[in-house]
Design a protein around this ligand. Structure first.
Ligand code: GUN
Ligand code: ZN
Length: 502
């Protein structure tokens, strides 16, 4: 167990945690957003971030200070906290991004780590190699070797109480990401950014982003605090948190503001396309799209950046509240409707999230069935796993969407998408679910899978399903050995059951 990170609450693979940052003397609650501050631009002053937005952590680039004639000496003399006028925790990056953009940088790994320490960074970063998506396997492997050597070297640099990031690379190769995660977790470094995902996010490849995160987390284990490097769009916070990310850094709030882009939780709007401002933050309460367009460029950039940050912090609070209430996946599902690529991201999450539930409470708020994807949720799969271990008392058993029937030894309830369950479980999570009357076929198919698992675990029992008109695809998924009757349709009811079915 790492002593700098403690988990407080969880929902699926999402969690609320506390990251102790000893050099700053603060504890940061996660999930946390680190606004990116460029010392040359300072779109929003760090003091304003702290006072107006409650920011307790930010990120800036140590390499920019290293190279800056204007700021290098000041940073060394005054320290970042005084220079930026920020009393919370400050994370610094190392120049890896510049390395990936320009091909080279003029500093060594040890040098930039020591420099980050000397300017008062609270969380520093070695020079990892951000390998882009889709490169050849050989490049991904050899870049990763370099990154791993840098992490190992970082362990022996004396940086006092400064925490050190251990970035996880490996391009779009899940097995390399997993190996990289395991290696990083094996060092004595402290925080674990998943790197080089910006190109995936910029091209809306959310499914691969999720796969990369889940793979890294398989290697890292649940105890590690995970940062999604370069992720700052609020539309994907819920998804990324549900995949197990704890920290985000946002340059997006400022970059997007610069060219009049307005962030929302379901995507990005262009100021010129807006007739109304669909937000209640202080900026949007005091302005209209017209008045913003009429504002001079510098002021408009600041106002849009403020709005973008308000939306981002608000979304993070929404995510945390969802974790507390146990309905994070419902939130992910709502956010997934903002863009088709987010639907893919959500489906990738459902495909891979099972193994990651560290602190998923057994009992939480009511399960809301909201879409065809809901049938793939971990709660449904877990119920199916349970069914495959349950022994049924009785030789002839009815699994019924309707009433009991005394011609059977036992009647169990039958509820899509879960499938069968004993009446005694009616009041327990997730079977207290709120489910729409007009269900999608996927929900019935999932219920049929539940029947199949129960029948397989009890090969000597005769099962009958009593349903209110399941779709053909669900009936076809039932084992041959299972009898079916359609409730309310006497022609489907065998004579021996007569008069009693329903
Ligand atoms: N910022 C965005 N992506 C990365 C990355 O992969 N490594 C580092 N050091 N910084 C980043
Ligand atoms: Zn707003």
């Amino acid at each position: 167990m790492r002593d700098s990170f403690e988990l407080r609450d969880g929902d699926g693979a999402g969690r609320i945690g506390e990251l102790s940052v000893p050099r700053a003397g603060v504890t940061v609650e996660t999930p946390a957003l680190l606004p990116v501050i460029n010392p040359h631009i300072r779109t929003i002053e760090p003091a304003v971030l702290e006072a107006e937005f409650g920011a307790d952590v930010l990120i800036t680039n140590g390499y920019i200070f290293f190279k800056s004639e204007q700021f290098r000496e000041r940073a060394l003399d005054e320290g970042l906290h005084d220079l930026l006028e920020f009393s919370g925790a400050i994370m610094t990056d190392s120049g890896s991004f510049q390395l990936s953009e320009y091909g080279e940088i003029s500093v060594t790994n040890e040098e930039i780590l020591r420099f980050q320490h000397d300017i008062g960074s609270d969380i520093g970063t070695p020079i990892d190699i951000p390998t882009p998506p889709d490169v050849g396997r050989e490049q991904a492997e050899s870049d990763l070797e370099t990154t791993q050597a840098r992490l190992e070297a970082a362990q022996s640099v004396d940086v006092g109480e400064m925490l050190v990031n251990a970035p996880v690379q490996g391009s779009t190769y899940p097995d390399l990401r997993e190996t990289a995660g395991a290696h990083a977790a094996g060092t004595d470094l402290d925080v674990f950014p998943v790197g080089a995902v910006v190109p995936l996010m910029n091209s809306y490849r959310y499914a691969e982003m999720v796969e990369v995160v889940l793979a890294a987390k398989r290697g890292l284990g649940v105890d590690a605090p995970v940062h999604l490097f370069g992720a700052g769009h609020p539309m994907m916070f819920a998804l990324a948190v549900a995949a197990g990310c704890d920290l985000f850094d946002s340059a997006a709030y400022a970059l997007y503001a610069r060219d009049d882009r307005y962030l929302t939780v379901s995507g990005t709007e262009h100021l010129e396309d807006l007739d109304y401002l669909p937000c209640a933050c202080p900026v949007c309460a005091e302005h209209t799209p017209e008045s913003l367009r009429a504002t001079d460029a510098d002021r408009r950039e600041e106002l849009l950046a403020r709005h973008n940050l308000h939306v981002s912090y608000r979304e993070l609070r929404t995510v945390k509240q969802a974790i507390r209430k146990g309905n994070l996946l419902e939130l992910v599902e709502r956010r997934a409707r903002g863009h088709p690529a987010m639907v893919d991201g959500y489906r990738a999450l459902l495909d891979g999230v099972d193994e990651l539930e560290a602190h998923d409470p057994v009992s939480k708020g009511t399960f809301f069935h909201l879409s065809a994807e809901s049938a793939q949720r971990p709660e449904v799969r877990r119920h199916h796993d349970r069914l495959s271990r349950l022994t049924v008392e009785g030789d002839r058993v009815l699994l019924s969407e309707g009433d009991d029937n005394s011609r059977f030894d036992v009647t169990w309830r039958l509820q899509a998408p879960f499938g069968p369950y004993p009446p005694a479980l009616s009041d327990s999570y997730p079977l207290t679910a709120e489910i729409p009357n007009r269900l999608d076929p996927a929900a019935y198919e999932a219920a049929a899978e539940g029947v199949r698992r129960l029948a397989a675990a009890n090969p000597d029992t005769e099962f009958w399903v009593g349903h209110w008109g399941w779709p053909e695809t669900a009936l076809a998924a039932l084992p041959e050995s299972v009898g079916t009757v359609q409730l309310g349709d006497d022609s489907t009811i065998p004579a021996w059951m007569d008069g009693e079915a329903e």
